[in-house]
Design a protein around this ligand. Structure first.
Ligand code: WTA
Length: 584
């Protein structure tokens, strides 16, 4: 998979002179703090209700709307088509309260699952937070999902309500009759049919007052479906307590200050969009930019220029795409507002770090490592710390990370092995929805096994090596081979399918499918295109195989499991390893 050369371990260093930084970093003296840090100190960063109760949304919005940031701009929302809306903390607060009252009127109960299938919009931000404030379990879905992906999530979670819009709802109706628990379809927009709830009408009629429900810190706040090696996407569930760490890491790592304008490019369908595009920044009272629309270098640079973005959190594929478009485009814009750049989702090539230094006036990217399951950045490059381009940086204070073997033995410096974490941080997932076995699989020998392999250098910097499993990271997005294979074999021409990630300069990996055709079908460019389109519309716009190879047979174990490892080895010309379980 995304193998990385380790010679870089001794490569360049981006030296930092803390006295030259525009603002003094919130985190001073990392090494010292690592020694003294206690998670109980972090609890003081958020407000609690009597009896040890907590509500994440209260901390994200209410405390600012009730305090000195009442009229501060919370959200600058640009729909990507030329319309900009600015909302203060007070305005978001009122919108959120109205929707909480709508949920109450519908009879939604505490910890019911309330899903969102919406383009990024003020409605999405306010609705998502309202569900949390109300005590429901909120879950945003990526707007590129097709009917199969929608069905898997709504069915498994037993969602009772879905907020969507006039356009996206069509994809939901393709599978609606398979979702007996889905009682309420709440529609943003004009096209509201009988049996549906009109967002506009109900919001106008609802009160803008609603008191946050005091939750037990362990009660659930949000869930997100993500991909593993086997089976359908799994529902990773997070508790209200997670807000403590979302707050702390946004402050310590993303280093938000009162005057910052912060932009996180991730959609709310991904964990980055939830934790660092909603929870963490607003909990810190930060002004955030939300940008709709697709990738477009001019619009992105213009966003930085026009809204004077000072902190930018993006993804390596986006950086590579910007690099590929050349340096003349950024040269047209005034990007001097930027003071810190961050990245997440896949390895960030050293070239990307260096390119940014040139284009953004000596500001390198800070790579951050984390997962849907970890709920927060855990290994990262801090603002005050020197950067080794290509390294993920160092563990957060309070986090014990190590490279371990299958028995849990800790490996030494420079040795490659499983990236593992000592469980017990506040933002860690609490559950995999209705699947305790899957949850328990991750915890072995007293460690949480991340599924990544990595190594640590002599200075304690962590270096990503690859995935230990078959999970595919394409353009930073996490895709499970099984989901793609399942969608593929629904096509009449496909008898069998095996799916792998194939390294790609731009996207990190692309999805490649090996297919055995149903008798009667023959290979043609049209057929391949038709299969690609089929997966795109059924599953998701980003989760289709960019490459399809027709094969006569697929390597399988005697029990019939496709050996993706062999497909990958063959594709990449790697040694094929142990084949003792191979069927033929
Ligand atoms: C990968 C995204 C290399 C990794 C927040 C991890 C990374 C998976 C990095 C989680 C990084 C994330 N360098 N790889 N800085 N950050 N990954 O759940 O394989 O969508 O396990 O969460 O992305 O993906 P997820």
């Amino acid at each position: 998979m995304a193998e990385k050369s380790t010679e870089l371990i001794h490569g360049d260093l981006v030296k930092k002179d803390p006295t030259k930084l525009r603002l003094k970093p919130n985190l001073q003296n990392y090494e010292q703090l690592r020694k003294t840090f206690k998670w109980s100190d972090a609890d003081k960063e958020v407000e609690w209700f009597p009896g040890g109760k907590l509500n994440a949304a209260y901390n994200v919005i209410d405390r600012h709307a009730k305090g000195s940031r009442k009229n501060k701009i919370a959200l600058i929302f640009d729909d990507g088509e030329g319309h900009t809306q600015k909302l203060t903390f007070q305005q978001l607060y009122e919108m959120m309260n109205r929707f909480a009252n709508v949920m109450k009127k519908l009879g939604i109960k505490r910890q019911d699952r309330v899903f969102f299938f919406l383009q990024r919009s003020p409605e999405l931000y306010a609705g998502f937070l309202a569900a949390i404030k109300y005590g429901a379990i909120a879950s945003p879905m990526f707007p590129a999902f097709g009917p199969d992906a929608i069905r898997d999530r709504l069915l498994d979670s037993g969602a009772v309500a879905l907020v969507t819009d006039s356009d996206l709802k069509k994809r939901v109706y393709e599978v609606k009759n398979l979702l007996p628990e889905l009682k309420h379809m709440i529609i943003v927009g004009k096209d509201v049919a009988a049996g549906e709830v009109s967002w506009e009408k109900e919001m106008a009629a609802a009160s803008d007052k609603f008191d946050a429900v005091p939750m037990d810190p362990e009660e659930f706040m949000y869930m997100l479906y993500t991909s593993g090696t086997t089976g359908k996407p799994k529902g990773v569930v997070h508790a209200h307590k997670g807000i403590v760490q979302a707050h702390l890491t946004t402050k310590m790592v993303l280093d938000v200050h009162e005057e910052d304008v912060y932009w996180c490019g991730a959609d709310l369908g991904w964990v980055t969009g939830v934790v660092y595009g909603v929870l963490g920044p607003w909990s810190n009272g930060t002004t955030q930019v939300g940008l709709g629309g697709r990738f477009d270098p001019d619009r992105w640079y213009k966003t930085i220029q026009d809204y004077k973005v000072s902190i930018w959190y993006t993804a390596p594929t986006a950086v590579r795409m910007l690099m590929a478009r050349g340096d003349e485009i950024p040269a047209k814009y005034n990007l001097s507002s930027l003071r810190a750049l961050y990245c997440v989702g896949e390895p960030l090539n050293p070239e990307g770090v260096k390119w940014a230094q040139e284009v953004f006036d000596n500001k390198p990217f800070h790579d951050t490592w984390w997962q849907t399951e970890t709920g927060s950045i855990l290994i990262t490059n801090f603002p005050e710390m020197d950067i080794k381009p290509g390294s993920m940086g160092k563990p957060l204070p309070g986090i014990e990370a190590a490279i371990v073997d299958e028995t849990g033995k800790v490996l030494g410096q420079g040795q490659e092995g499983n990236l593992a974490l000592r469980p017990g941080w506040p933002a860690m997932m609490r559950q995999i929805w209705k699947n305790p076995a899957k949850y328990n699989e991750c915890f072995r020998n007293g460690w949480y096994y991340t599924g990544d392999t990595a190594q640590i250098d002599k200075d304690g910097y962590f270096w990503y090596v690859g995935r230990a499993d078959d999970v595919i990271k394409t353009s930073g997005e996490r895709v499970g081979p099984f989901e793609v294979e399942s969608a593929l074999i629904e096509h009449p021409a496909v008898a069998e399918a095996g799916v792998i990630g194939k390294p790609d300069e731009l996207r990190g990996n692309i999805i490649k499918a090996f297919i055995v055709l149903t008798p009667g079908y023959s290979d043609s460019p049209q057929l391949k295109e038709d299969i690609q389109k089929f997966v795109k519309t059924k599953l998701a716009g980003h989760a289709f195989p960019r490459e399809i190879e027709i094969v006569k047979t697929l390597p399988k174990t005697r029990s019939g499991k496709i050996m993706r490892r062999l497909l990958r080895a063959r594709e990449l010309g790697l040694p094929i390893g142990d084949t003792s379980t191979l069927e033929d």
